[in-house]
Design a protein around this ligand. Structure first.
Ligand code: CP
Length: 307
């Protein structure tokens, strides 16, 4: 049995297989509409979500399967003190696969130790969010046609942003990736990513607090929210939350073939006047997330492609 806890759990070949399957599903969804008949996914969300939970549920429903789950710790027996280990043993009796989001780093990994079914990390604290990464990779591949030779600007909260950490881990495995890491000093990427991932793989990267200067170099601009829920005090959050605001004026510095991605939710960091720019693809990205998760569910359940 296979789980997905980090993007590193998948080889580049496996990632590419999932992206290719997702593309085939997008082109011909009817063909896949019953491949998961009789299967169930459990979505165990101990932390708020709109996209990830509903995207998993949509993915399973669109494959012909069914959905169970809870959308907050308060509405589960976690509120009575039940451990993740016990919860996953119980869920293994009900479902064929599960997606788990938890505020504590490592909680989905703990679940794998007690689970009889595949466990997908749907976001653990500030650590990883591998299915957002599959979504991001699919979006980039569909729009740029290639995941090699890209200069990617990552902007905003690079310290706590699990989507950023997962995307860096995935993209360093493609050829000639360059990163421009744009953040306030306090929200730079964690040391382990700089040393053990970027430097260890000889990846070219620049750390800066300037967005406009680097805009003309970018193939992809990945904007992120400064996450109030990860700060220890409100004062720091208020000081840093509006460090970068992408607007149409700043978009004028970007190339015509640059695309703006954002895992969402957005707060202030992208002005709504950017939404109508054809290079703003963050809502398309949400749709790609459903196809990526459909493909992942099929892979983890070892569902054969229908003939
Ligand atoms: N991108 C993402 O994880 O969004 P949600 O928090 O709404 O699931």
């Amino acid at each position: 049995m296979k789980h997905l806890i980090s993007p590193m759990d998948l080889s580049v070949d496996e990632i590419n297989e999932i992206l290719d399957l997702a593309k085939r599903i997008k082109e011909n969804p009817e063909k896949y509409a019953h491949v998961c008949d009789g299967k169930k996914i459990a979505t165990l969300f101990y932390e708020p979500s709109t996209r990830t939970r509903l995207s998993f549920e949509t993915a399973m429903l669109d494959l012909g399967g069914k959905v169970i789950g809870f959308s907050s710790a308060d509405s589960s027996s976690a509120a009575k003190g039940e451990s993740v280990a016990d919860t996953i043993r119980v869920i293994s009796c009900f479902a064929d696969i599960c997606a788990i989001r938890h505020p504590k780093e490592g909680a989905p990994k703990v679940a794998t130790l007690y689970s009889d079914i595949p466990v997908i990390n749907a976001g653990d604290g500030g650590h990883n969010h591998p299915t957002q990464t599959l979504t991001d990779l699919l979006t980039i591949k569909m729009l740029k046609d290639d995941l090699n030779n890209l200069t990617i600007g990552l902007c905003g909260d690079l310290k706590f942003g699990r989507t950023v950490h997962s995307l860096i881990n995935a993209m360093v495995r493609y050829k000639n990736t360059k990163f421009i890491l744009i953040s306030p000093n306090e929200l730079k990427i964690p040391d382990y990513l700089r040393k053990e991932v970027l430097e260890a793989n000889n990846i070219e990267f620049t750390e800066t607090d300037e967005l406009e200067t680097y805009m003309p170099q970018l193939d992809i601009l990945y904007m992120t929210r400064v996450q109030r829920e990860r700060f220890f005090n409100e004062e720091d959050y208020v000081r840093l939350k509006d460090s970068f605001i992408l607007d149409e004026k700043k978009m004028q510095y970007a190339r015509k073939d640059m695309f703006v991605l954002h895992p969402l939710p957005r707060v202030n960091e992208i002005s709504v006047d950017v939404d109508n720019d054809p290079r703003a693809v963050y809502f398309k990205q949400v749709q790609f997330g459903v196809y990526a998760r459909m493909a992942l569910i099929m892979k983890l359940l070892d569902i054969k492609e229908p003939s």
